[in-house]
Design a protein around this ligand. Structure first.
Ligand code: PLP
Length: 413
């Protein structure tokens, strides 16, 4: 990055500082990951310089010979990796991808049914704070208060009562696998579109560690930057019969030209996700989550649903005498980075809720294993009892940094 260093030292310094930060801290943010150097390089190419409104072979601009080839490679890899009939690789990110699905299948005022935000759903699944909750009549299903699990009978009941245009499956904070056959049966009975948002677990699907929704759903969206370990962007996968509606919704319905350099990075990430090593990565990500969950439960942490069978955990800290925010802020001081989160049946406000969310995609990319999971659980337990003890927390940050120094960071080291 010699040009950046020379021409804009202020930004160069920030990039270097962020590299150092990502190296020296334990990142447990369930939605983050480390892309490879190859992905980073692909994102920083002259494809940044191109405008390509339209789709390969049907553009509104001349000069698309290489952009057409690039986008075609990305589309074919996405279809092959997930077994999809059709793929659109142009959405700028997960939220616009989801908006495109609404645009394709619903009109303002139509009813949609998705998982409640405070039970692990996403803003774009009809939250009142989101355009999707303002423009559509959003109805929500909750987790079972006893088990912390999805209640398919309840989802069916709501679907038959409200007759939504779209049934949404998928989440940002649900620690269990989804039963897509059950969702499909409910959508068929209610006569609606089944839309699966696999933003969080797409990498696990790609690596064979989570069931694949693509055979069951009318349409599947995913971000490319979470477990899938690519650049920030999104994909929409759908049945051939919906291809036209989805493509028209993305462009010209919602977006202008695609971000071609990001498409290059997505293509590289999809290629990486096809390698045997990615199967290993997906399995290890889940194994690490299981180990960490077990260690935390053994220390009295209250995990929603009692554990995990994907890459993430949601913890209700009420019994530990700390709030989610107090814990997250204290952990950050100790070099352990995660986010505070609402929990099912939340009684506090979203800006200082009762829980935290954490996941293993990033630390697994670094090569952390069972020993490191045990260490992290012990550290979290210690921090829960010392959230106000800055000397302890900054001391712990040194230990965290020493551990991190043994694990090279993909894309940085
Ligand atoms: C992260 C996420 C999104 C949104 O992705 P952005 O790229 O942040 O817009 C959508 N749906 C789910 C379930 C997510 O977890």
């Amino acid at each position: 990055m010699s040009a950046l260093e020379k021409n804009d030292p202020e930004i160069y310094k920030l990039v270097k500082a962020e590299e150092a930060y990502q190296r020296a801290t334990i990142r447990l943010i369930a939605s983050e990951n480390y892309t490879s150097k190859a992905v980073l390089e692909a994102c920083g190419t002259v494809f940044q310089n191109k405008y390509s409104e339209g789709y390969p072979g049907a553009r509104f601009y001349q000069g698309q010979v290489n952009c057409d080839a690039l986008e075609t490679v990305a589309i074919e890899r996405a279809k092959k990796l997930f077994g999809a009939e059709h793929a659109n690789v142009q959405p700028y990110s997960g939220s616009p991808a989801n908006l495109a699905v609404y645009l394709a299948f619903a009109k303002p005022g139509d009813t949609v049914l998705g998982l409640n935000l405070s039970h692990g759903g996403h803003l774009t699944h009809g939250s009142k704070a989101s355009a999707t909750g303002k423009w559509f009549n959003a109805v929500h299903y909750n987790l079972n208060p006893e088990t912390g699990l999805l209640d398919y009978d309840e989802i069916r009941k709501l679907a038959l009562e409200h007759r939504p245009k779209i049934l949404i499956a998928g989440h940002s904070a649900y620690p269990r696998q989804l039963d897509f056959a059950k969702f499909r049966a409910i959508a068929d009975e209610a006569g609606c579109i089944l839309f699966v948002d696999m933003a969080h677990f797409a990498g696990l699907v790609a690596g064979g560690a989570h069931p694949n929704p693509v055979p069951y759903a009318d349409v599947v969206t995913t971000t490319t930057h979470k477990t899938l370990r690519g650049p920030r962007g999104a994909l929409i996968l759908c049945k051939e019969i919906h291809a036209k509606a989805i493509d028209k919704a993305v462009f010209p319905g919602l977006q202008g030209g695609p971000h071609n350099a990001t498409t290059a990075g997505i293509a590289v990430a999809l290629g990486e996700a096809m390698l045997p090593s990615f199967k290993d990565y997906a399995a290890k990500t889940c194994a690490n989550a299981k180990t960490l969950a077990g260690e935390l439960v053994a220390r009295g942490f209250n995990l929603v649903s009692g554990g995990t069978d994907n890459h993430l955990m949601l913890i209700d800290l009420s019994n530990k005498g700390v709030t989610g925010k107090e814990m997250a802020v204290a952990l950050e001081k100790a070099g352990i980075v995660l986010n505070y989160n609402t929990v099912p049946g939340e009684t506090r406000k979203a800006s200082d809720p009762s829980g935290i969310r954490l996941g293993t995609p990033s630390v697994t990319s670094r090569g952390f294993g069972a020993d490191e999971m045990k260490k992290i659980a012990a550290w979290m337990d210690a921090v829960a009892g010392k959230v106000g003890d800055d000397a302890f927390l900054t001391g712990l940050a040194k230990e965290v940094e020493a551990l991190c120094s043994k694990f090279p960071v993909p894309g940085i080291d």
